[in-house]
Write a protein of this length. Structure first.
Length: 71
């Protein structure tokens, strides 16, 4: 997954996660997990709790993801 190096965010996974880059450039998450923690360079850490089988768009911009299984 090629995302811009200037994008700043870190996604830490609680459980398995499927990541999809939408046609509008959004990074969308198809959730089969309990929560995702997102740390942004310009803000405090946020904890976003998601219900199972839910589909959410977490940001309207691309994110840089550091999880090794996504590389």
């Amino acid at each position: 997954m090629a995302l811009s190096a200037k994008d700043t965010a870190r996604v830490e996974l609680a459980k398995d996660l499927e990541v999809i880059v939408g046609v509008d450039g959004c990074l969308e998450f198809c959730a089969i997990f309990d929560s995702v923690e997102i740390r942004r360079a310009d803000s405090k850490a946020q904890l976003i709790k998601l219900k199972e089988q839910s589909f959410y768009t977490l940001f309207k911009s691309k994110l840089r993801v550091w999880d090794s299984w996504l590389r």
